[in-house]
Design a protein around this ligand. Structure first.
Ligand code: ZN
Length: 180
């Protein structure tokens, strides 16, 4: 990655309470994600009610929940909905490790807007091992799964393997819906 792509902390830069990464770093991670995701938008919301799917998989790559997405972009509320569904099925005292391609962004949102305060002490976030390289270096120091032993050798890329397994269905299901 070029040095120019890296955030440079300013004098008034800050780390929000309970976060470990500078706001400027998180902003740059967010900007790069928006740019990439914008190029991925292939289905128009004017033509389709459901544009994509988002899946939540366990450590063994088994799909636990799948949500229909109804917006062109990947909004954070889909991830929150999936995590909410999972939390309902787990004991309250469990701590969950969640690997997600923009984990740094949803971690920031949870704390900044005080979403789901009951989650805060029960979730540890990490960024998927291959997606991590699209994040700022300072973000990787905290969220890269190889930087903490809690992840073992989990890479978080189960969704990529899951979509790959389903690729044979693409031709027949490209334009379809749950109501058909
Ligand atoms: Zn990041």
């Amino acid at each position: 990655m070029m040095e120019d792509d890296q955030a440079v902390p300013g004098e008034d830069d800050a780390v929000e309470p309970e976060m470990n990464v500078l706001n400027s770093v998180l902003d740059m991670c967010g900007d790069s994600f928006i740019a990439v995701d914008g190029n991925r938008i292939k289905a128009s919301t004017q033509q389709f009610d459901d544009t994509r799917l988002m899946a939540l998989l366990c450590r063994h790559d088994i799909a636990l929940y799948i949500a229909n997405m109804r917006t062109a972009g990947k909004k954070q509320f889909y991830a929150f909905a999936l995590i909410t569904a999972l939390f309902k099925e787990l004991p309250e005292w469990w701590t969950m490790g969640i690997l997600y391609d923009i984990a740094c962004q949803i971690h920031q949102s949870l704390l900044k807007w005080n979403f789901m305060p009951e989650w805060h002490s029960h979730i540890i976030f990490g960024v998927l091992v291959f997606h991590a390289y699209g994040h700022q270096w300072m973000c990787q120091l905290w969220y890269h799964p190889r930087k903490s032993k809690i992840w073992g050798l989990s890479d978080g890329e189960g969704c990529e393997r899951f979509w790959s397994e389903l690729r044979r269905l693409i031709p027949s299901l490209r334009v379809t819906g749950y109501h058909q």
